[in-house]
Design a protein around this ligand. Structure first.
Ligand code: FAD
Ligand code: DLZ
Length: 513
């Protein structure tokens, strides 16, 4: 017989939809109860894209139903704009009280903000926080690795994790194929061959349709639109998305990892990040599935290594870095940027074709692939000197996969170089030439990528040199920047002045670009 007194109340957050979490595995469905809550504070701490709200609420509701089917007693607090409970802390306190819980069990959460709040909750029963076992490396593991190193580089942490996991390693402990990193084989321009496969979509079911209607009516002021929603909201469908990627995109992922195309926004990228981040898929199973494609001869090494590097390398590295350097990391602004975010980031209304495409796709689907984020919208913010907090807020809001632990290091560190080079040894600053090399956007653009100072010159060109010029003091000791400064100095006084004057004009009229 079921004991009617719950011993523990187990809190499952919207990005913790994983049955194998220790908080669940170590609990007893006969006695312990689960709590899940959609609350205004989590929905409102940033301008979340409506598709992110729909994904999280719908996936939470599906997960709650699965837990119930598995025998759990789940207390589900659905979003209610008139609820007396604003925050997760409010709901946990009230539920723990009414259930007479002896303890509250949570899992390490993914954001500093909520982690700090959680540790200050005043609850009627003691709170214990269990580890999040969904990563390859614990934060402790990262800290042991980073403690005595002068420089933290993803590449070396990644190699350690390759050795530890055995992923893409030979029996005698060597990297498969003889090299650790095939980045140089990840940079082809895509010219239409092979054709890009249509994106994997899941038709919204009744639950998702209900959530879409609720989000539109209760949180309709949030950015983005819901009519194109096609994300998976269950593990079963997320596994289908993984299979679709393995079969239709992985083989070309490596070749075209850095490519962009005017009419194919997703190319061969996986679009699996939201499922990894909310726990519908686990990084290990995803990497192992990709590795199996290599061993079966269905995907080449440059694709599989490139893909595994993103998850085993970058994803683990940025998480370790985040938890090691927060909260100070969030305040970093070593380039002293002050500019507000240009308004067209929220509308896509700009004549710069690459920006309009990347932002337009973002607003429509809550997704853009890494190069669009890094080398288009990120690069522009870096060159224009946007305040890191303003651009961080944008990335945290507009993407379906955005959580502070992964978004902040990518934005603050990789894009804005605001950490002074902790995450990357050199800024990812580039002129229009790079965008032209990796895409066909410039062919469709009103600006001329081959011009820097004329009336129709590509704004990225003059802004690039302005960035290089104004941060000379910051970068002068950086050996990776030496050639760029020699190039700039070699352009002659007259040309340099014209370029800088053009960049000043661009910056003055930034909202009208
Ligand atoms: P793919 O290109 O197919 O890569 C496969 C997987 O690797 C991704 O699903 C993701 O889990 C992982 N991955 C790839 N690159 C990175 C990276 N740099 N850091 C961490 N993991 C990575 N990723 C997020 O998951 N959430 C974010 O909020 C986020 N914000 C970003 C902000 C900026 C400014 C930049 C430059 C990158 C950001 N990224 C973020 C990393 C990356 O752009 C996305 O993970 C990727 O675009 C997701 O799409 P995908 O699944 O098609 O990725
Ligand atoms: C992102 C998000 C949103 C929009 N809403 C909720 C919510 O209502 N309830 C909840 O438990 N979690 C939500 N989340 C995810 C949390 O914000 C997430 O757990 C933290 O950002 C930590 O990663």
């Amino acid at each position: 017989m079921r004991d009617s007194t719950p011993r523990n109340l187990i809190l499952i957050l919207g990005d913790q939809l994983t049955p194998s979490l220790p908080a669940l595995v170590e609990a007893d469905p006969e006695r312990d109860h689960v709590l899940m809550a959609e609350v205004a504070e989590e929905a409102g701490y940033t301008n979340h894209h409506k598709q992110k709200l729909v994904l999280i609420f719908s996936a939470m509701r599906h997960f709650a139903a699965e837990l119930e089917q598995a025998g759990w007693c789940v207390h589900y607090h659905a979003f209610d704009p008139d609820s007396a409970y604003e925050s997760l802390g409010d709901v946990v306190r009230s539920s723990a009280e009414s259930l007479g819980a002896e303890g509250v069990v949570a899992t390490e959460c993914g954001e500093w903000r909520l982690d700090q709040a959680m540790r200050q909750w005043e609850l009627p029963a003691p709170l214990s926080i269990r580890s999040d076992n969904r990563f390859f490396a614990t934060v402790d593991r990262f800290q042991k690795w980073s403690r005595n190193r002068k420089q933290w580089r993803m590449e070396y942490f990644y190699r350690e994790l390759r050795r530890e996991t055995g992923l893409l390693m030979t029996a005698d402990g060597q990297p498969e194929g003889g090299e650790w990193n095939l980045d140089a084989a990840n940079r082809k321009k895509w010219k239409g061959n092979p054709p890009a496969p249509p994106p994997f979509r899941v038709e919204p079911d009744a639950t998702t349709e209900g959530v879409i209607a609720e989000v539109e009516s209760n949180l309709g002021g949030h950015v983005g639109r819901t009519d194109s929603f096609g994300w998976a909201v269950t593990r079963e469908d997320a596994l289908r998305a993984l299979d679709h990627f393995l079969a239709h995109r992985l083989p070309w992922f490596g070749d075209f990892q850095d490519a962009m195309a005017d009419d194919e926004p997703n190319l061969f990228h996986a679009q699996l990040s939201p499922y990894l981040n909310i726990g519908l898929l686990l990084p290990r199973e995803v990497c192992e599935a990709a590795e199996a494609e290599y061993h079966a001869g269905r995907a080449p090494l440059n694709a599989v290594e490139g893909f595994i590097r993103q998850i085993l390398g970058w994803r683990e590295f940025v998480r370790g870095l985040y938890w090691t350097l927060m909260p100070g990391y969030a305040a970093e602004n070593r380039l002293g940027n002050t500019r507000p975010l240009p308004w067209f980031y929220w509308t896509g209304d700009t004549r710069m074709r690459c920006m309009a495409k990347a932002i337009g796709n973002t607003l429509e689907h809550a997704y853009a692939h890494h190069i669009q984020r890094l080398m288009v919208t990120g690069n522009f913010a870096l060159l224009a000197g946007v305040h890191p907090e303003a651009i961080c807020d944008w990335y945290l809001g507009v993407y379906v996969d955005a959580f502070d632990w992964v978004e902040r290091p990518n934005t603050q560190g990789m894009v804005m170089h605001a950490d002074g080079g902790i995450l990357g040894s050199k800024p990812y600053a580039a002129s229009g030439k790079y965008i032209n090399r990796m895409s066909d956007h410039c062919r469709h653009c009103v600006y001329n990528v081959n011009d820097t100072t004329g009336p129709d010159a590509c704004p990225f060109n003059s802004l690039y040199w302005h960035f290089i010029h104004r941060h000379r003091d910051h970068f002068k000791g950086n050996p990776r920047m030496g050639m760029i400064y020699r190039n700039w100095d070699g352009q002659g006084e007259e040309k340099r002045s014209a370029v800088l004057a053009k960049a000043d004009e661009v910056l003055l009229n930034i909202d009208a670009l």
